[in-house]
Design a protein around this ligand. Sequence first.
Ligand code: CAA
Length: 421
Amino acid sequence: MKQNRRVFVLGGAHTKYIGKFHPDFIWKGHPDFGVRDNPTIEEHLLTSIRSAVDDAGIEPGRIQKGYVGNFAGQLFARQGHLGAMAARAFPEFDGLPFTRTEGACASGGMAIVSGIEALQAGYDFVLAAGVEVQTTVNARVGAEYLATGGHYLLERDIDEFTFPAYFAVRTRDYCEATGTRVEDLAPVVAKAYANANRNPFAHMHGVSMSLENAATASKSNPHFLSNEALRPFLKVNDCSQVSDGSSSIVLVSEDGLRALGRSPDDAIEILSAVQKTGRLGHVDDTTRLVNVKNTIDQALEESNTAVSDMAVAEVHDCFAVSEVMMVEALGLAKFGQGAAHIASGATAIDGSLPMNTGGGLLAFGHPIGATGIKQVFEIARQMRGLCGDYQVGGAIKHGMAVNMGGDDCTVVTTVLRNNAS
Ligand code: CAA
């Protein structure tokens, strides 16, 4: 989309991302089990929206329109109509046009794209929220629901854990094509947990993961697919988390900024946001993220930037191999060299292009509909110097986020610029 009006991130917020192994998450062995429940989808959503409006420093009545990214509220939480749920956040929202966006794991990115389109059409203050609650069922039932993000009739039977199986296929094919060993992906996992250990919002904040644990199948990190041929190519810790959580941002036009007495020269700008949607159930090349690369190339072109301009990135590491393929789609490493690039420390917080600094989907967590919003707000938080123990050093001028829905199917890539730096 060529933007005819400039777009800025005015503020935002995350709830804590929680689930199994998070101390706030109530499960059978938790001391508060039976005393209190986990937050509902409504509580997560309204908490992040209210905090985002507060962070933006505006009255709720300024908001004119809103989008809510959510993948499977009806299945996990028996709740649809989440645009109208978001309208419960403030009395001032009653009657505003609020809409849900759904594109599997890119639902949040699509809320941002829709918000930007609304700003192009003349709105000045737009909310983009994302939410998912997934812990209402066990991981096996959850996998059944997540399989609806692929082509269910064509692909469900690959394994009971359909999405993990897609990426076991990618791991197998990539390793066979490049000579990479499965254990060479372990640095992706170890880095994600190390970053999450510094991030109080992260699902895996309190869980440590050594390189050896990440590389080795064990009782706590088992192979779990029932498809025998794919089983050796994926362990539990190679997978993103089944998380509950919400993230929200407030988007504003240049006119909106001026109405607040704020300067575009001092704000975080979204230079481009590109969405591409491929054919469901169709993957040309399991060793590369082709649609991802196409969105990256277009987003860079539209923003007149290069990957070498970026100082921080969020990429969709739904599985360990995904981050390796993202690195290659960004052109940071040649085909087959992505794992070595990550192992070299180049994507660590003090690396040449820090990636997934708060722990990524692997360890910050992956409440599906929230992830695309979380990624963009993380770039903004890094630019604002708000990331505490995982803050990247030095001034950050440019950053980018890549949000992928399905198996390289619906993809949103966003490029941001910090005009204050
Ligand atoms: N030994 C042997 N087998 C074991 C085991 C052990 N020690 N521990 C677990 N298993 C096996 C069992 O078969 C078990 O199932 P049952 O208990 O029902 O028999 C299975 O592994 C799962 O174990 P858990 O239920 O204990 O798993 P968990 O709650 O720890 O979850 C996970 C682990 C299954 C990997 C889960 O984290 C997961 O599903 N992650 C991926 C989530 C996902 O796919 N998200 C979408 C990403 S794709 C994307 O982003 C794009 C999009 O559009 C969707």
